[in-house]
Ligand binder design. Sequence first.
Ligand code: SAH
Length: 269
Amino acid sequence: MAPPPPPPPNEDNSISHDSSSNDQHRPISTIVIIIAMQTEALPLVDAFQLTEDTNPLFPKGTPWVRYYGSYKALNVNIIWPGKDAVLGVDSVGTVSASLVTYAAIQALQPDLLINAGTAGGFKAKGACIGDVYVASEVAFHDRRIPIPVFDLYGVGLRRGCSTPNLVKELDFKVGKLSTGDSLDMTPQDEASILANDAVIKDMEGAAVAYVSDLLKVPVMFVKAVTDIVDGDKPTSEEFLQNLSAVTVALGKAVTQVVDYISGKSLSDL
Ligand code: SAH
């Protein structure tokens, strides 16, 4: 089946979405799933039978990739920031995540954003390899600005959209997510993560939340644990060892989420 054409561009350059009660009760129709790594994205591109966009919506020269198609009456878009043009690795981290989120919202005007990916987990808080979490709140742990009020700006605490029925029915773990631009963790980061009361740690969530909040598009975070941060194994080794198995778990979880969303409104979630 031929994929549907992309929606018309946003002519007046404004975003019509806000969290007005109207939007809360309208069936969700367009979703954008932001995923940092190709290995995380491909199982979902397969599951939803999406097509890579050959006529990109994004500025020429950017490595950003959109996969799209229709799945269970939803317009599903997976946005991957692509490979770094010089180094050839996935464009992980907050800068690319916020840019693609902004560009995807402008181009597609989604009803809902989902930031899906892998994360480190804290076993002291109950996380195990392969667990899938829906993050209730996200904050940064590497933006230290010790001046009153700027300190709070640095932490950038934001909430994911409310999904009590979804997490209950699909039996996901729920916890707080802390975001920083490093895979490893300095003692200062660790103190901030503790202060954020986080159970998982990633490199994109709070950046996606910032843009979602700016443009008033609700966001959910679905994160699967690839490595235990407070364990004995070096994070990068454990991450690479578990990445492919955990992306299968992530793919399953995101498919369940999208199946659940189909035919529902935000207020049903
Ligand atoms: N060495 C990896 C680098 C990926 S960076 C590679 O082979 O390409 C890690 C990615 O997984 C980021 O997108 C981040 O969001 C997530 N992640 C997984 N475990 C993490 C952890 N312990 N801390 C921070 N981010 C983590």
